[in-house]
Design a protein around this ligand. Structure first.
Ligand SMILES: Nc1ncnc2c1ncn2[C@@H]1O[C@H](COP(=O)(O)OP(=O)(O)OP(=O)(O)O)[C@@H](O)[C@H]1O
Length: 937
């Protein structure tokens, strides 16, 4: 039976602990009162005590005087209002607390400042993140209605891919953490790939308690805000979160901040757009700020937070555009956003077009247009295309998605047409049958010019946030804001002052800047090229900010921004606007003469710069094929993109001619699918055959489809680590078999299954020059392995085959054993990490007896045991080709090693057999000391 005085006695016995640790009296009083245990008068008496401890003493006396139930409920309050009385947690364990039946159903409302603050943050963030902010002010779309997952690739500190994250929760999880000391999760990705929206989704989930994190406080910032402060401005970290984010109401005793300092691990920060940080002042000697009360320049507060010098233990998520460098010692883990996969794109499209008939139309048009799909893999472009399509379809009969050679400039022209259409649109009109883009632009020209001027002024001064005065000075009125180019900046992102605005997206500002360069007759043909100078490749220009984050002192001469993508985009749009295909349309807006002069100036610049670029590139002898190999520089991709936008066959031809090598290496260039159209645009002018290395990009199936016309030239097709599925292999097999010139086919780390493997087998059979095949880290089982092995068996050219990291198992190994027997060419074979056990191992060993071509045999990370070693030892006696046998991480014991040892006695060709990672003890290894070719380390 329950002791009727248990809680009374607990209070007496533990009085000291309670007086010491109960700091917040308000929450106790609020709850005692609302459940009728005390009245207002009691509260007044208690509050008359001067100190908190006296108040607690009074409360204890009071509840004890009210009896057992009041005492039980008092303790229950301390237990339930977790954050307010966090110091009492060990005490609750000591007393093995269980609530009394009489009070356990009474509610406890947590009115302590910490919980209230956390709630306030949740509700503010919830409110702020409900809508997708990039939509024009007229139409607001719920985030939940349109948010679609994107691909999140995880990288280690060496820049190697660790695969993809499954869910948003994983961003904050342990997976992929390469530096436990650091606290910043770094997310990068191209413009418009969805970094801000991803943060918005995280914030929104947290506000609804749907994010798997223990964070009680979530502070979101845009890095851009830090550049908006004056050089003399000084704030502390406390100011940063309370004044520039969310103020804690009713916290006279500063409990919230004290709690944050004590439990920094309960704080999560997001900082969006690190690349947008600007520094106009000398920060060479960045002082460390470790005191949370110390006031200093806001940028210093940010840097010290990111480095973990301030609020050590708090978690930070930092986003930046591709190419922004942050020292890896500051980064805990790194995620790269890759945009929509084909499945994501389908889902996203379905959200835009809920009606089945619309969905079907769009889906058919997209399927027929891989270049468009490639563009749509970037969510921003996808949004623009779908949004414009929906709008134009509602206005005109038979409007279709843009055609197959649409450029990014066309996409932004479409968006502008939709926006400007709002000015000229007369409500209530029936659908029109003819669409006149020129008419829409002409009618909205004055507004367009004003926005374009604003964009240019901003870009020139590196200013992306505009005041109302800025708008007025460019001739823009309140009404023009409705057009949609600008959106208001939320109070989180500005640092005080009146209403401010920014362009819907930086790419849109770049587009309008380019438009200004074209439209403004006061800007001379030479002047339009001014932003190209800011993008010329210069190793020292890719630097990040501070010493702790990787800044070098020479960065002061370069642009204050971390990336120059806004200039790159401006140049790209300039190329697009001045392309021949847009000339007829632009002649409605400016004088044909001025347009022509600007066109000539741009074309001549591009031709010269392409020539200089290609001439200066280093060339190396190629190892894959005979001839020379050229490695392009990172900004070559932008050159390619610009050439594609111009659609100038002349410049493309010139570029193709300039690639005077046999092999072009474009690996790790951050090429995404739509870039393949640009590459193809140049490559199809290349006269000779060419090796193309596109390893470690993000070209996806869409990219492969766009390269179709170029396969007739490609002798090396290296598409490793590119998210390819069997559908790419279908295209490859058709094209490579048609042209029969391929020598090297690199496809490792993609998503190829047995279906694709069967098609690769056809390539092997039909392409008589194929020498190298890399198929590692795909999803090939014994089924696919059999097709491949049979084809390899028949091939007279193939000599290097990599199958590492599939799951071909023993059956697959048996098929490869057949291929090995008497093979004329096969010199290098990797069947590592394929789940091969002794059965497969024995077949392979027996086949070695009948093989006289294989030099290097990789069988690392299988389950090969001593039985197979016995056959391998046997094979060594008769085989006279093998030089290297790699058996690392298998299950060979000393017995197996002995077989190999004995086999080696009558073998003179082997140079080494590596047995590292097998269960052979140090003691046992001694017996093999005389054999220098047997390695155990
Ligand atoms: N996951 C997503 N689901 C649906 N729409 C998205 C998603 N991600 C991005 N978008 C769309 O793309 C637009 C641009 O995305 P966002 O601003 O997040 O790009 P970003 O990577 O932050 O670009 P930048 O580096 O230029 O700031 C969004 O306004 C939204 O319309």
């Amino acid at each position: 039976m329950m002791d009727g005085t248990l809680f009374l006695r607990i209070l007496t016995k533990h009085r000291e602990v309670l007086v010491e640790h109960v700091k917040n009296t308000q929450c106790v009083l609020d709850n005692l009162k609302s459940n009728g245990f005390i009245c207002n008068e009691d509260i007044e008496i208690i509050q008359r005590s001067a100190t908190k401890t006296d108040q607690v003493r009074k409360i204890l006396e009071l509840v004890q005087s009210k009896g057992e139930e009041a005492c039980a409920y008092f303790i229950h309050i301390l237990h339930e209002a977790y954050d307010a009385y966090v110091d009492l947690r060990p005490w609750f364990n000591t007393i093995q607390y269980k609530p009394a039946d009489s009070i356990k159903d009474l509610p406890v409302i947590n009115t302590d400042p910490i919980s209230k603050y956390s709630e306030k943050l949740r509700s503010e963030l919830g409110r702020d993140t409900r809508f997708l902010t990039s939509y024009s002010q007229r139409e607001e779309t719920l985030l939940d209605e349109l948010y679609t997952d994107t691909q999140m690739e995880l990288f280690n500190d060496k820049g190697e891919s660790l695969g993809y994250l499954e869910s948003l929760d994983d961003i904050l999880g342990e997976q992929g953490v390469f530096n436990q000391e650091a606290e910043t999760i770094f997310i990068t990705g191209d413009a418009g790939v969805g970094k801000s929206i991803l943060l918005q989704k995280l914030q929104n989930l947290w506000s609804k308690r749907e994010l798997n994190t223990t964070a009680k406080f979530f502070f979101k910032f845009r890095c851009r805000m830090f550049s908006a402060f004056k050089e003399t401005d000084e704030i502390s970290v406390k100011d940063l979160i309370f004044k520039h984010n969310c103020y804690p109401d009713g916290d006279p005793d500063n409990e919230v901040f004290r709690y944050i300092l004590r439990f920094p691990e309960t704080v999560l920060f997001t900082f969006d757009g690190y690349d947008e940080i600007q520094m106009d002042f000398d920060m060479d000697n960045v002082p460390e700020v470790v005191s949370p009360e110390e006031k200093t320049h806001p940028l210093l507060v940010l840097m010290n937070l990111l480095c973990g010098k301030l609020l050590r233990g708090s978690r930070k998520v930092l986003t930046a555009r591709t190419g922004t460098e942050v020292q890896s010692r500051v980064i805990q883990k790194k995620v790269v956003l890759r945009g929509f996969s084909p499945d994501h794109l389908k889902r996203y499209m379905a959200l835009h077009f809920p009606k089945q008939e619309h969905k079907e139309v769009v889906s058919v048009q997209l399927d027929a247009n891989p270049h468009l799909c490639g563009l749509c893999s970037i969510p921003l472009f996808s949004w623009i295309i779908f949004k414009s399509f929906k709008h134009l379809q509602s206005m005109y009969d038979n409007y279709e998605l843009p055609d197959s050679c649409i450029t990014l400039t066309n996409v932004f022209l479409l968006l502008s047409e939709v926006f400007l259409g709002r000015i000229t649109k007369r409500p209530g009109l029936l659908k029109r049958s003819t669409r006149s883009t020129a008419e829409t632009f002409r009618a909205g020209l004055k507004t367009l010019v004003a926005f374009a001027k604003l964009a240019l002024l901003g870009l020139e001064k590196s200013n992306f946030i505009y005041s109302e005065e800025d708008l007025t000075s460019c001739g823009l009125s309140e009404e023009d804001l409705q057009v949609g180019f600008l959106r208001p900046v939320s109070h989180y992102d500005a640092c005080g002052g009146g209403a401010t605005f920014e362009f819907l997206h930086l790419t849109l500002q770049a587009f309008l800047t380019a438009f200004s360069l074209v439209l403004d007759s006061d800007i001379s043909p030479n002047e339009i090229l001014k932003f190209f100078a800011k993008c010329e490749y210069n190793k020292s220009s890719r630097l990040s900010c501070f010493s702790c984050l990787g800044r070098s002192s020479c960065a002061r001469d370069t642009d204050p921004f971390q990336t120059n993508e806004h200039f790159q985009f401006t140049n790209l749009f300039l190329c697009g606007l001045l392309s021949k295909s847009n000339a007829a349309f632009l002649e409605h807006l400016i004088s044909p003469l001025s347009l022509k002069k600007k066109h000539v100036s741009l074309k001549s610049y591009l031709s010269t710069s392409v020539k200089t670029h290609l001439r200066g590139l280093p060339r190396y002898p190629s190892t894959d094929i005979k001839g020379s190999k050229v490695h392009v520089m990172p900004n070559f991709l932008w050159t390619l993109r610009c050439i594609f936008e111009t659609h100038s066959e002349d410049v493309a031809r010139l570029t193709a001619k300039g690639i005077s090598a046999d092999y072009i290496k474009l690996a790790y260039c951050n090429i995404y699918s739509a870039d393949c159209s640009a590459l193809n645009f140049v490559l199809h002018h290349h006269k000779k055959s060419l090796g193309v290395d596109l390893d470690n990009n993000n070209i996806s199936d869409y990219g492969v489809k766009q390269l179709v016309p170029s396969f007739s030239k490609m002798t090396v097709v290296r598409f490793c680590v590119n998210q390819l599925t069997d559908s790419s292999i279908e295209v490859l097999s058709r094209e490579l078999i048609r042209h029969k010139i391929v020598r090297v086919l690199g496809l490792y780390k993609n998503h190829i299954t047995d279906v694709g493997a069967k098609m690769v087998a056809q390539i092997i059979e039909e392409c008589p020059h194929l020498m190298t095949l890399k198929l590692g880290s795909n999803h090939i089982t014994s089924v696919g392995a059999k097709f491949l092995a049979q084809a390899i068996q028949k091939s007279k050219s193939i000599f290097d085959v990599g199958m590492w990291g599939n799951s071909i198992g023993d059956e697959g190994a048996e098929a490869f054993a057949e291929a090995l027997k008497n093979h004329p060419k096969l010199t290098n074979l990797s069947l590592s990490a394929n789940g091969i056990s002794s059965r497969g191992g024995r077949s392979l060993a027996r086949a070695l007896k009948e093989n006289s071509s294989l030099h290097i045999f990789w069988l690392i990370q299988n389950q090969i045991s001593d039985d197979a070693a016995s056959d391998l030892g046997e094979a060594l006696r008769s085989n006279s080709a093998l030089t290297h046998l790699l058996l690392i991480d298998n299950q060979l014991t000393a017995r197996g090693a002995k077989h190999l040892f004995e086999g080696l006695a009558s073998n003179t060709t082997i140079k080494e057999i590596i047995l590292k990672g097998n269960p052979v003890s140090e003691e046992e290894k001694k017996q093999f000391e005389s054999e220098k070719r047997l390695y155990f380390h």
